[in-house]
Design a protein around this ligand. Structure first.
Ligand code: FES
Length: 125
């Protein structure tokens, strides 16, 4: 199946779930006000792969990224690392609440898949 449909109303505030899409993990995080604020106000000068949060999310409450570390492809763990969001234990890459690489060997931000949010439903793909 090339598309995945998820009911967002089942994901509590502050939680990150993992779904499978085209054989890959995709993280869907229901961001809190604080997570949104810190993501939107991060100075570009602090980023390895500079991207505004607004370039990475369609709706501020929802971060949707491919859960594959851009270093060598391990699956990061959620709610971990120096930036609180995702941490790749293979070689120590830290990602923030926008899925951006902040520290460690990974060169790029977590990939944002093509998706569309309509009400409480997201279709990925
Ligand atoms: Fe994630 Fe190397 S694969 S840090």
């Amino acid at each position: 199946v090339s598309k995945a449909e998820i009911d967002l109303s089942s994901i509590p505030l502050g939680e990150s779930i993992t779904i499978k899409w085209r054989g890959k993990p995709v993280f869907i995080r229901h961001r809190t006000e604080q997570e949104i604020q810190v993501s939107e106000t991060t100075p570009m000068s602090e980023l390895v792969d500079p991207q505004q949060d607004s370039e990475r999310v369609q709706v501020p409450e929802w971060l949707i990224v491919v859960g594959v570390c851009t270093h060598l492809g391990c699956v990061p763990i959620k709610d971990a690392g120096d930036y609180g969001a995702y941490y790749c234990p293979c070689h120590g890459s830290h990602y923030d609440y926008s899925g951006r690489i902040r520290k460690g060997p990974a060169p790029l931000n977590l990939e944002v898949p093509k998706y569309n949010i309509d009400g409480n439903t997201v279709v990925i793909g």
